[in-house]
Design a protein around this ligand. Structure first.
Ligand SMILES: CC(C)(COP(=O)(O)OP(=O)(O)OC[C@H]1O[C@@H](n2cnc3c(N)ncnc32)[C@H](O)[C@@H]1OP(=O)(O)O)[C@@H](O)C(=O)NCCC(=O)NCCS
Length: 149
């Protein structure tokens, strides 16, 4: 499987939304969004997203926030389309993404996961993320995790 990452563009938003809505039970904001509000969000948002392509197919995306080159930290997270899960795509994509970010000077990767999200929590441990602290939220306990390269 060949993984490629590229910036999310407006033309990608239909597929992006399909994946996002099918992942929403695991996301901080679990509302279902519609395309109109997603287009407005995309035009206004300063957050940078990347499309994950596996053998040329748009199968998922990375969310990023809080880029801080002065201390080398950035927050990341990925969602994979339900039909493409459990094939090693997230593992390969995270390793590629963190190595690309590493070349740009980022050494500290942070993310937040709900403890009930066993798939993601296990994935992050396998990728070498460590539990830093936990938060009690209205939807359950979440853990902030960090990987340092
Ligand atoms: C979490 C998620 C990104 C994992 O993507 P993926 O491409 O399926 O992950 P991989 O195939 O690379 O799995 C790597 C490891 O993670 C763990 N894992 C992944 N899916 C799992 C599942 N359904 N149950 C248990 N463990 C799972 C396993 O340890 C797996 O290794 P294995 O297949 O050798 O047992 C994907 O399930 C997803 O998009 N979920 C919905 C959205 C979400 O939870 N996003 C993250 C929010 S913090």
């Amino acid at each position: 499987m060949m993984i490629k990452l590229r910036r999310l563009e407006e033309k990608d938003l239909d597929r992006f939304l399909e994946i996002r809505n099918s992942s929403r039970e695991f996301l901080h904001d679990n509302r279902e969004f519609r395309i109109g509000e997603t287009i407005s969000w995309f035009r206004e948002s300063e957050r940078i997203y990347y499309v994950i392509e596996s053998d040329g197919v748009f199968v998922g995306y990375f969310r990023t926030s809080k880029w801080n080159l002065s201390n080398g930290s950035v927050w990341i997270g990925a969602d994979i389309h339900p039909n493409y899960r459990r094939k090693g795509i997230a593992t390969k994509s995270y390793n590629l993404f963190m190595s690309q970010l590493g070349k740009m000077g980022f050494t500290h990767f942070l993310l937040e996961v709900f403890v009930f999200n066993k798939a993601a929590y296990e994935l992050y441990h396998k990728l070498g993320f460590k539990d830093m602290r936990s938060n009690e939220t209205t939807r359950g306990i979440s853990v902030i995790m960090e990987k340092v390269i």
